[in-house]
Design a protein around this ligand. Structure first.
Ligand code: NAD
Length: 481
C-alpha cells in the first residue's frame, strides 16, 4: 500500500501528522494508498525552504533557469507512460484521456522556456531630455498552487513552470483525492536537480490550504476547484495581501443550430459531454437544440450515447471511465434523482450501469434528460458527471440568453455552418473559452486560460502570456546621467 510523501527542500519527507486520507482506485472501488493530511508545521517548513532558496534562484540567469525545464521535459517524456497510468489508476479517466492530459502538462513546460522573451520589460529613451525610463520585470518570491482532483497531472503545471522559470520558488498542494500522479511527476522533478527548496510539494487537505493562505511567507496563490472554494480562496488572499487567481466551477452550454453539420459535429459533441466522465470544467452540460434541429439531434445523440462503452480506463476499447470516488458518484446520482423529481424526462438512465468484473467501481453511464426547463437544478448547478440536460431554444438569441442567465461563464460551444451565427456567438457569448464546431475549447499553454463570472476570481488568468505578469512585479527606473 502506497503512502505518499511530501517533497520539501529537495528531499522526500513524511509528515508528523497522525491523520491520513484514503486513496481509491475508482475502477475497482478498492483502497490503493494513503495520503498524509500534513500540518501547518509542514507548510511552514516548505515555505522556509522556498524563501531560503529564493534569492539565489532569482539571481540565476533566466536562460539557465529555462535549461532546467529543457532537461525536465526530457525526463517527463521518459516517464510519460508511467505517469499516465498512475493517473488512470487513481482518477479513473481512460488511458487516452490521461495521455492527452500529460501531453498538455508537458506543453506548459515547453512554453515556459520562452522566459527570455516573455519576461522581458520595456524602455523608452528621453521621457524628458536626457532622461531614460525602464520597466523591469522582477520575480516576487514564493508562490503556490492548490489543485483539483480532475486533472491531477496538468493543473499544477498551468502555473509551476511559469512561476519557477520567472525566478520565484514554489509549493504544490495536490488534491488529496489524487496525490499519486503528482508524486510520480516529482520523481522527475527530483532527478532534474533543481536547487534545494526551489520546487516543493506538501500533501494534505484543508489544513494545508489554510496554512498556505495564512502564511506570511507566501506571496501569491493559484487555485483551481469548485467555485465555493474559489471564492473562499480569493477572499482570504485579499485579506492576507496575496496575489491570487482562483479558477472555479462551470455549467457549460453547447448550442446546436439548425444548419449544423451533425455528421461532422456529433463525435466532438459526445466527447464534450462524456469525455473524462463529464468531470471536466470544460465539459458540455446543457445541450441547447435551436429550432428544428431538436428531433434529429436528440435521436442521433441518444443512440450514440447509448453505445458508449463504460469501464476501467486501462482496458482497451473503453470510452468512458468511472467517477473519481464513491462520494462523488453519490452526488451525481443525487442530481439524477433531483432531475426526475423536478419533472424532467429521463430518456437515458445511466444509474445502475454494470461493468463486468468491476462490481465495486464508481460507474455512472451516460444519462440524458429531455424537456428540461432552464430553471431546474440540473440545468443550473454543476453536476460534474455524464449527465446531459436537453433544452430547446427558438433561435441563437434565446440560446445566448441561457448562457447569460448562468452564474458560471467558463466555456460554451456552438455548432453551425453559418459564419454570421459564429460571429454573433463569438461576440456575445458570456463565457471565456469558446468552441465553434469544437466541443472542448481546451487550455492551450500559449493562450490564457480561465473563465468569467462565477467561474473565475482574479484578474490575470492561467498560462498564456499574462501568467508572466502574475509571477513578476514591475519596477520602473528613471535615469539621468
Ligand atoms: P474542490 O474545490 O473541492 O477542491 C480543490 C482543492 O481545494 C483541493 O486541493 C482541496 O483540498 C481544497 N479544498 C476543498 N475545499 C476546501 C475548503 N473548504 N477549504 C480549503 N481548501 C479546500 O474541487 P474538486 O472537487 O477537487 O475539483 C472539481 C472542481 O474543480 C469542479 O468544480 C471543476 O469545475 C473545477 N475545475 C475548474 C477548472 C477551471 O479551469 N476553471 C479546472 C479543473 C477543475
Amino acid at each position: 500500500m502506497d503512502r505518499v510523501r511530501n517533497f520539501i527542500n529537495g528531499e522526500w519527507t513524511g509528515s508528523a501528522t497522525k491523520e491520513y486520507g484514503d486513496i481509491w482506485c475508482p475502477a475497482t472501488g478498492e483502497k490503493i494508498g494513503e495520503v498524509p493530511y500534513s500540518t501547518a508545521d509542514d507548510v511552514d517548513k516548505a515555505v522556509r525552504a522556498a524563501r531560503d532558496a529564493f534569492w539565489e534562484w532569482r539571481c540565476t540567469p533566466p536562460m539557465t533557469r529555462a535549461r532546467y525545464f529543457f532537461k525536465l521535459k526530457q525526463l517527463l517524456e521518459e516517464s510519460f507512460e508511467d505517469i499516465a497510468r498512475v493517473l488512470v489508476r487513481e482518477e479513473g479517466k481512460t488511458l487516452d484521456e490521461s495521455r492527452g492530459e500529460v501531453r498538455r502538462m508537458i506543453e506548459n513546460v515547453e512554453h515556459a522556456t520562452g522566459v527570455t522573451t516573455m519576461m522581458a520589460g520595456y524602455n523608452l529613451e528621453d521621457i524628458a531630455q536626457g532622461i531614460d525610463c525602464t520597466a523591469e520585470r522582477q520575480p516576487v518570491g514564493v508562490f503556490g498552487v492548490i489543485g483539483p482532483f480532475n486533472f491531477p497531472a496538468m493543473v499544477p503545471w498551468w502555473f509551476l513552470p511559469y512561476a519557477v522559470v520567472s525566478g520565484n520558488t514554489f509549493i504544490v498542494k495536490p488534491s488529496e483525492q489524487v496525490p499519486m500522479t503528482q508524486t510520480r511527476i516529482f520523481e522527475a522533478v527530483e532527478e532534474c536537480g533543481f536547487p534545494e527548496g526551489v520546487v516543493n510539494m506538501v500533501h494534505g487537505s484543508r489544513d494545508v490550504v489554510n496554512a498556505m493562505l495564512r502564511h506570511p511567507g507566501i506571496n501569491g496563490l493559484s487555485f483551481v476547484g469548485q467555485s465555493t472554494t474559489a471564492r473562499y480562496i480569493y477572499r482570504t488572499c485579499a485579506e492576507t495581501g496575496k496575489r491570487v487567481q482562483a479558477l472555479g466551477g462551470a455549467k457549460n452550454h453547447l448550442i446546436v443550430m439548425p444548419d449544423a453539420d451533425l455528421d461532422k459535429g456529433l463525435p466532438s459533441i459526445l466527447t464534450s459531454f462524456y469525455g473524462c466522465a463529464g468531470e471536466r470544467c470544460l465539459s458540455g452540460s446543457v445541450l441547447v437544440a435551436v429550432g428544428d434541429v431538436y428531433e434529429k439531434l436528440k435521436e442521433r445523440f441518444v443512440a450514440a450515447s447509448r453505445a458508449i462503452k463504460v469501464g476501467d480506463g486501462l482496458q482497451e476499447g473503453v470510452q468512458m471511465g468511472p467517477l473519481v470516488s464513491g462520494k462523488h458518484m453519490e452526488k451525481v446520482l443525487g442530481y439524477i434523482e433531483k432531475g426526475v423529481q423536478e419533472g424532467a424526462k429521463l430518456i437515458l438512465d445511466g444509474r445502475g450501469v454494470k461493468v463486468d468484473g468491476y462490481p465495486g467501481g464508481f460507474y455512472v453511464g451516460p444519462t440524458i434528460f429531455d424537456a428540461v426547463d432552464p430553471s431546474m437544478t440540473i440545468a443550473s448547478e454543476e453536476i460534474f458527471g455524464p449527465v446531459v440536460s436537453i433544452v430547446r431554444a427558438r433561435d441563437l438569441d434565446e440560446a445566448l440568453k441561457l448562457i447569460d442567465g448562468s452564474e458560471y461563464g467558463n466555456a460554451a460551444c456552438l455548432y453551425t455552418t453559418s459564419g454570421a451565427a459564429a460571429r454573433q456567438f463569438k461576440y456575445r457569448a458570456g463565457a471565456a473559452m469558446l468552441g465553434i464546431n469544437i466541443g472542448i475549447a481546451a487550455p492551450m499553454a500559449y493562450f490564457p486560460f480561465g473563465g468569467m463570472k462565477g467561474s473565475f476570481y482574479g484578474d490575470l488568468k492561467g498560462h498564456g502570456r499574462e501568467i508572466f505578469q502574475f509571477y513578476t512585479d514591475t519596477k520602473v527606473v528613471i535615469q539621468r546621467w
